[in-house]
Design a protein around this ligand. Sequence first.
Ligand SMILES: [Mg+2]
Length: 294
Amino acid sequence: MRSMKVLIIDDDVDSLAIAKLRLKKDGYIIYSAQDGVEGIEKTRAEDPDLILLDVQMPGKSGFEVCEELKSDSELCNIPVIFLSAADDISEKVKGLDLGAVDYVTKPFDIFELRARVRAALRTKRLQDLLLKYGEVDSLTEIYNRRVLMERLHQEWDRSLRSNIIFSFIMIDIDKFKNVNDTYGHPVGDVLEKVADILRRSIRSGDIVGRYGGEEFGIIMVNSTVQEAFVAADRYRHQIEKIVFKAKKASFSVTASFGVADSSGKNSLDKLVSAADSAMYEAKESGRNKVCIFD
Ligand SMILES: [Mg+2]
């Protein structure tokens, strides 16, 4: 089993040193950062399995760091345990509401800290296994990328054998950063609702999966690019109609679509990159539209 990676973000050098030393003995790989900005940088660079996050820090507070992590579709699955000097119920509740898995009061009892770290990592390990071997994306409950790619290979092989054309649609939500930056709305909710609309809209036999952060892919069996275009434009319109209720104001999102079919492509990679470049063309030419690769 690989060693688990723990990132400690704490401006208090003494408490940082103690936690580092003890947790290192438990066999974890430890990274540390002394403020929020550095902490987020290290999160991106090292992809830790767990973050211990001090609440009171100069500059970005621990709460702000947590909000930033939870609003990033690549980082939002990393569990966070808050560390705080205040034994204050409302602060604990706030931390947990922001998506933290646990809370430890400083100065911490090292046995308690180690036990809470062990428990959080146990859950993280199970979550990783589900993501690796499971078929379903844990957030959006549609197929994950691995399954989507497997099904693409199957469709590709079938199309070679029987000379039947199929299409692939790539979808990317426009200006996704605005969801959190402008509306302060959890990105997970937007991904869930868009996935839900797509799942309910596709024809039976077609396959939708989460391709990446805010990207989705749809395999349209037995369809030419013209047929897929018509369907994609319908999905585009359905996404645009969803209303999200944020704290301050309601908002909606749009998505850009790229469509390509298997005819004339000599590999599956060519098909996927054709759909991808059509999607970029849709972005470049103003977003909220469907482009065809031809
Ligand atoms: Mg502090």
